[in-house]
Ligand binder design. Structure first.
Ligand SMILES: [Zn+2]
Length: 276
């Protein structure tokens, strides 16, 4: 097996220094050959925060910035923060008596706050989305307005938007909407993608058959584990060693595609340099 002589990037992980392993997981990633991580803040409720005003989002954001700093020390490349609002928050806010419009307004304020971090250079991208489970029409509409707000902000501050959304493959409409709002669809990233996702950029879950399929069939994609760093759900997602392992296993047959997925595409999407 050949050595991997280029950076190895996990496009979507969570590091939870409060409830989980935090920087230890980044160390494990590095020991396996990983070099760069995009670290997405966990939802506010994981930190015991019941969001009721915009400033309540700060805690989840600031915890993430701190652990990203530690993770940057742990890897040979670096870690980058991706900040935003988890789409399932809308359901939590409805349970607490808000209307869909009120909930969406609060979530948009959270995104505005995240965009301020990006503007200051403290984060590289926004995270938004819509529920991956069935919801009423008015909740769906409100969630789509939240996504549109994320696109407007992404266009404003010039950053990518990671999307958490339903497990489908045709996101042409979403990409079209992003472009109507001034963002390139190439900077809209469907997190937890299968290899067939179209219409926006795909961040493909690093299951071995999916990595191989993406490497064979796609001109652009990235790889992720969605490592949750949640001690209560240890088997719920792929572990931090997964992307480096997959890249090692497939580099002989798919070097060009993997180089693209680990360097060219993330550089293009996030506007950062991915170097060894
Ligand atoms: Zn995630």
């Amino acid at each position: 097996m050949s050595e991997v002589d280029f950076p190895v990037v996990d496009d979507h992980v969570h590091l939870d220094p409060v409830n989980g392993r935090g920087v230890e997981a980044a160390e494990e990633f590095a020991r396996s050959g990983g070099t760069h991580l995009f670290v997405v803040n966990k939802p506010s409720w994981h930190y015991g925060v019941e969001v009721s005003k915009a400033s309540d989002f700060h805690q989840a954001f600031d915890v993430t910035l701190e652990v990203v700093e530690e993770a940057t020390e742990a890897v040979s490349g670096r870690a980058y923060p991706v900040l935003g609002v988890h789409p399932a928050l809308i359901s939590k806010l409805l349970e607490r008596g808000m209307t869909p419009t009120e909930a969406a307004d609060l979530m948009k304020q959270g995104l505005e706050m995240a965009a301020e971090y990006v503007e200051r250079g403290d984060a590289v991208a926004l995270k938004s989305g819509r529920p991956h489970y069935d919801v009423d029409d008015d909740v769906w509409r409100a969630s789509n307005e939240v996504i549109e707000k994320a696109f407007e902000l992404g266009a404003d501050v010039g950053c990518a938007v990671q999307l958490h959304a339903e497990a489908e493959e045709d996101f042409t409409d979403v990409g079209d909407r992003a472009e109507e709002l001034g963002m390139s669809r190439d900077r809209v990233v469907k997190h937890y993608s299968s290899p067939g996702v179209e219409g926006v950029e795909a961040s493909v879950m690093a299951r071995s058959e999916w990595v191989e399929e993406a490497a064979e069939n796609r001109s652009r994609f990235m790889l992720e584990t969605d490592f949750l760093d949640d001690p209560d759900r240890p088997g719920a997602v792929l572990g931090p060693r997964t992307v480096p392992r997959r890249v090692k296993a497939l580099v002989d047959d798919h070097r060009d595609a993997l180089l693209q997925a680990n360097v060219d595409t993330p550089e293009d999407v996030y506007g950062v340099e991915i170097e060894l």
